[in-house]
Design a protein around this ligand. Structure first.
Ligand code: FAD
Ligand code: SIN
Length: 561
């Protein structure tokens, strides 16, 4: 029986409605490229349950525009792609992880093409495009909607795979572990799945192996390219369960998000600059030449900072991206999504300048994993944006994220399956959290909702003010104090196992993660990659070619690279 995407319903599982407890071999949390690719790999030898917060298509992946970087062009090599990735990472890339991503990326992209990804072609080769800090044209893409094409192909394949059970509108709250069982703890904490909210009820999904693929955290900032689901849940959930979190100070800001009255957060792809787009300030001056020899194609952190400086100098809240010198047919064919979206807000990119400013885009840090995607909890794997193998170092090269998701998603699926197969058939007898079985309706009152929304906005503003493109010690201290006050205000909600509604859990997650980013940024007293400290403006390799590690139970640590 093959499932049809349009027919799939919440809780429509082969066994009928979901009970309070559901068992699976491999549980995957998240339906972006990493989670979907992991599900396909795991399903080769195990039964898989994939849960996702809203619908299958709602993810950062779905909105990806520019493309996937892969060393497939005739003038390109694995060595060159490694060199560019490592240069962007500013001394903190893990060499083994980069080599693995770049070399295994070639068959991963190849199989995506075999599975029907309809990327743009030129003769017998994909039409490779250029993006910043790449020394070759190596980005495969589908117009400016590469993410949609990628997820469509992966989702269709997942839905045609009998062994994968998909639960949409299923919100992961916390990981289930045996931490509370003293005789088990001796051997190290093991993860056995997750508690989740399904149709306003808390259920427990038990798994022999669990993969976190919950994506990014752009929504911690008021200005972002990320969709609403990106509230950093996976980072907070992992931290609360005792995972090691690393490189959390490295948040990437994309230089060009749309800044237009009434328009939602929307990315204007780097590929627009790759194809010749020019940045102008409000005075009409092309300014990037002042900041970097590569002009508009300088690394993202350089372009974002330059835009911020121009905005400060001119006192104007945005700069402009100009692609009007390119032929209309080219623009429409190459950037149909951007053309259509801006048109809805009265802007014709063939003749009008595009108002843009930087926004939070990508998290380089995350749950510490090795290249087998294992975390420090047994039975728990992480892949994609929520994980940190060290592949991006201090700054990600454009279009390397989808590549990472495909490579490490597949590895996570395979490795989690091997672990699941080594486990006994029946789940161990560990006590379930007291909220399992509770119903949400009782606490979702209007006052709680208003309180939660106000806290979310306060977290976003505090981070934007002092923990965004430019940071300094004083500002970081101020934000840390503000976050601590917000945590005090939330009081018991932060730690209580009692029932919370999804908005409150998201707010708690945002607060947990905001503190991790701020503490890490305060600790790193230098500037490197996406982390720029105005009070320590240079890169200090002697003191700081190191990594910042955060765990729930120990003080923050600076560890050797
Ligand atoms: P995501 O794709 O974000 O998926 C995470 C999933 O987890 C979602 O389904 C979400 O709903 C689910 N989830 C989250 N929390 C929970 C929870 N509590 N319970 C259950 N489910 C949960 N990268 C490139 O390489 N090339 C590009 O061209 C590119 N363009 C981009 C354009 C935009 C607008 C954005 C936002 C990002 C872009 N990136 C690009 C970055 C890249 O898209 C992401 O880093 C990547 O897709 C992340 O994939 P992922 O599978 O790790 O997470
Ligand atoms: C973009 O299209 O500019 C985003 C690419 C990326 O984040 O890799």
């Amino acid at each position: 029986m093959s499932k049809n995407f349009k027919d799939i319903k919440t809780l429509d599982t082969p066994q009928g409605n979901l009970n309070l407890s559901w068992d699976t071999d491999v549980l995957i949390i998240g339906s972006g490229a990493a989670g979907l690719r992991a599900a396909l790999a795991a399903s080769e030898h195990a039964n898989v349950t994939l849960i996702t917060k809203t619908t299958l298509t709602e993810s950062n992946t779905h909105y990806a525009q520019g493309g996937i970087a892969v060393a497939m062009n005739l003038d390109d090599t694995i060595a060159l792609h490694i060199k560019d990735t490592t240069a962007a990472g500013a001394g903190l890339c893990d060499a083994g992880a980069v080599e693995m991503m770049v070399s295994e990326g070639i068959p991963r992209v190849g199989e995506l093409l075999d599975w029907g990804a309809n990327f743009d072609w030129e003769g017998t080769l994909p039409r490779f495009t250029q993006e910043a800090a790449h020394s070759r044209r190596r980005i495969v893409h589908k117009g400016d909607a590469t993410g949609r094409e990628t997820t469509d192909v992966l989702i269709q394949r997942v839905l045609n795979t009998e062994r994968i059970h998909v639960l949409q509108n299923t919100f992961a709250i916390d990981l289930l572990t045996d931490e509370g069982v003293p005789e088990k703890r001796e051997a190290g904490v093991t993860c056995y799945g997750v508690t989740a909210i399904v149709e306003e009820q808390v259920v427990c999904i038990r798994a022999k192996a669990t993969i976190l693929a919950t994506g990014g955290l752009g929504r911690l900032y008021p200005c972002t390219s990320n969709p609403k689901v990106a509230t950093g849940d996976g980072f907070a959930t992992a931290w609360r369960a005792g995972c090691e979190m690393i490189d959390m100070e490295f948040v990437q800001f994309h230089p060009t998000t749309l800044f237009l009255d009434g328009a939602p957060n929307f990315l204007i792809s780097e590929a627009v600059r790759g194809e010749g787009g020019r940045l102008l300030n409000i005075r009409g001056e092309r300014f990037m030449g002042k900041y970097h020899e590569k002009g508009e194609l300088a690394p993202r952190d350089v372009v974002s900072r330059a835009i911020q400086i121009e905005m400060d100098l001119t006192g104007f809240p945005c700069v402009y991206l100009d692609i009007t010198h390119k032929p209309k047919e080219f623009i429409l064919e190459r950037f149909p999504t951007i053309s259509d979206t801006t048109k809805r807000y009265g802007l014709d990119i063939n003749v009008d300048l595009i108002p843009v400013r930087p926004g939070a885009h990508f998290m380089m840090g995350g749950i510490r994993t090795n290249t087998d995607t294992q975390t420090n909890l047994k039975g728990l794997y992480a892949c994609g944006e929520v994980a940190c193998t060290g592949v991006h170092g201090a700054n990600r090269l454009a279009s390397n994220s989808l590549l990472e998701c495909l490579v490490y998603g597949a590895r996570a699926g395979t490795n989690a399956t091997v672990f699941a197969k080594s486990q006994p058939d029946h789940p161990p007898d560990i006590p379930l959290p007291s909220n399992v079985g509770a119903s949400l309706a009782s606490i979702a009152d209007a006052a709680a909702e208003t309180h939660t929304e106000a806290t979310k906005i306060a977290v976003q503003e505090a981070l934007w003010e002092n923990v965004s493109i430019e940071r300094n010690g004083e500002g970081l201290q101020k934000t840390l104090a503000e976050l601590q006050d917000l945590a005090t205000d939330l009081g018991d909600l932060l730690t209580s196992p009692e029932l919370k509604d999804i908005a409150t859990i998201e707010t708690v997650n945002m607060l947990n993660v905001a503190v991790m980013i701020t503490e890490s940024a305060l600790t790193r007293t230098e500037s490197r990659g996406a982390h720029y400290r105005a009070d320590f403006p240079t890169q200090d390799d002697t003191a700081w070619q190191r990594r910042v590690l955060i765990t729930r139970d120990s003080p923050l640590e600076v560890i050797p690279f």
